[in-house]
Design a protein around this ligand. Structure first.
Ligand code: UDP
Length: 487
């Protein structure tokens, strides 16, 4: 068991850092006062299985910094597990909660599961006091809190970051396997209502995943900075002559040497500005990249066939660029499937009509430097006109939230998480079937040719994120759950 040290970061009172979000920060501080008061004297212990990598490890430090600044006593423990068999088992549990695998869990599995958790118990008991609250993230440390509760008078909560919309034999089997522990828990937190297994429904709060608006991936970046980042990272290399950007009142064309060529502001902005449609994701078949590329090509071909070459609509679609970005496989050694999917996509791209190849970019984002990676994602999202997340399955698509936060209209599939995040016709478009190339092509063309609606959807999207999906709304939900009589 390891206690993780979290260093202080930007202060809530730093209005410069929060910019336009500052009034929401003030609201948050006001609304947080009462629940925080009621937590006085209790320490909250967050327990998970890794200090680096994955969404939990990414978000915990930001959450802890803010709560500590407001006077909450909160600590983070990571369990130690030296056994491969343990992680094989917890991966099987994870997959089964997603509905995959054979759903078979044996008494031998239970022995391994409990033994590793019991090895972490004595250290936990040294640190945790009567009256404290223990929050366990995901299945790995689940038995541990139940063991702590047998020794100390603590409240225990299980935070599940995964889920499947429907019950299957496999999900039934895994919940049965976990029942001896879930029986001991006081409360549960899931990301979506449809992920909650029936027996836990009465003891569950829903808290969707959130973004940190001050992280490198989400912080404000002015357009010239975005372009600088994309140039420095070499990403614009093949496209430098074709990217145009609106900047203040002027339209500037980015020149091959990185300088700006100022164009006449009197010219029609829509014709000069080259719209970019972007999807950024892991190279996973379930992210729907191939279908998106096919739809993009269909949109262009239909436009050439049926459009009026003199019309603005025709020119806009003709000029649009598709960017598909994902991790450079050179840095992802543990994902052989990702390499395969990328290869398939590149092969399909090579067969694209040469007149269209310049309109499609497949970008490999370096992963060796997390800050640089985050800034590149930020810059790509901010320079796009539409962000797509064409997932065939998606628990909760952080990329859609990141895009909405940046005032971008989104085009998503109706995968479970995405249809909860996006409001159709208000913050973007939900295309019901990500494999229906025809309707995807039509929706994309519609969005491109309705710039006013795009602006409105982008605006609404940012509001929706501020109200529901930032760190602050998430922390208020947490404080509500922790301070209510639930625990
Ligand atoms: N991401 C990234 N670099 C990449 C691809 C993805 O930083 O090359 C980020 C993306 O911005 C998002 C996260 O990885 O924050 C993916 O989360 P999401 O919920 O969209 O999908 P998941 O990968 O969890 O299925």
């Amino acid at each position: 068991m390891q206690k993780i040290n979290v260093k202080p970061g930007a202060k809530l009172v730093d209005y410069k850092a929060y910019g336009s979000l500052y009034s929401s920060v003030l609201d948050f501080m006001e609304q947080a006062k009462d629940p925080i008061e009621s937590l006085k004297g209790r320490t909250i212990w967050m327990i998970n299985s890794t200090a680096i990598g994955g969404g939990v490890a990414e978000m915990l430090p930001s959450q802890m910094r803010i709560l500590r600044e407001l006077g909450v006593s909160i600590e983070w423990l990571v369990i130690e597990a030296k056994k491969d068999a343990f992680f094989d088992l917890t991966k099987r549990i994870h997959n089964a909660i997603h509905g995959s695998g054979n759903g078979v869990f044996t008494e031998e599995d239970r022995k391994i599961y409990e033994e590793v958790n019991r090895n972490n118990l004595s250290k936990a008991l040294e640190l945790i006091n009567d009256g404290d609250i223990v929050v366990v993230h995901d299945p790995q440390p689940m038995p541990l809190a139940a063991m702590i509760k047998k020794e100390k008078n603590v409240s225990i909560i299980w935070r599940c970051h995964i889920g499947l919309e429907e019950d299957t034999d496999v999900t039934d089997a895994v919940w049965k396997f976990l029942e001896p522990y879930t029986n001991d828990y006081d409360h549960f937190v899931f990301s979506l209502p449809s992920y909650v297994p029936k027996p836990l429904k009465n003891r569950t709060s829903i808290i969707p995943p959130a973004i940190d608006p001050l992280s490198h991936k989400n912080r404000e970046l002015q357009l010239h900075k975005c372009i600088g980042i994309l140039y420095q990272s070499g990403i614009l290399d093949d496209h430098k002559a074709i990217l145009y950007h609106r900047y203040e009142h002027l339209v500037r064309k980015v020149m091959p040497d990185g300088s700006f060529d100022v164009l006449d502001a009197g010219q029609n902005l829509d014709l000069i500005y080259r719209p970019i449609v972007t999807e950024i994701s892991r190279w996973d078949r379930l992210k729907g990249f191939k279908e998106l590329m096919e739809a993009f090509i269909k949109m262009k071909l239909d436009n050439r066939k049926y459009g009026d070459p003199k019309s603005l609509e025709y020119k806009r679609i003709e000029m649009t660029l598709l960017v598909m970005g994902g991790p450079d496989p050179a840095f992802v050694s543990d994902d052989p499937e990702g390499k395969e999917v990328l290869k398939e996509l590149t092969e399909t791209y090579k067969k694209v009509d040469s007149s269209m190849q310049n309109d499609i970019a497949i970008l490999l984002l370096p992963l060796d430097n997390p800050k640089q990676n985050a800034l590149i994602v930020n810059a790509l999202q901010r320079t796009s006109s539409i962000i797509v997340q064409n997932s065939i399955q998606e628990g909760f698509g952080l990329t859609a939230t990141e895009a909405m936060w940046k005032r971008k209209p989104v085009l998503v599939s109706n995968a479970a998480g995405l249809k909860y995040q996006v409001v159709h016709n208000q913050t973007g478009q939900i295309n019901p079937d990500p494999t229906d190339i025809e309707s995807l092509a039509k929706t994309l063309a519609y969005m491109l040719n309705h710039p006013k609606e795009r602006d409105k959807w982008g605006f609404n999207g940012q509001l929706r994120v501020i109200q529901n999906f930032t760190l602050f709304s998430q922390l208020l939900s947490w404080l509500g759950t922790l301070s209510a009589n639930k625990v």
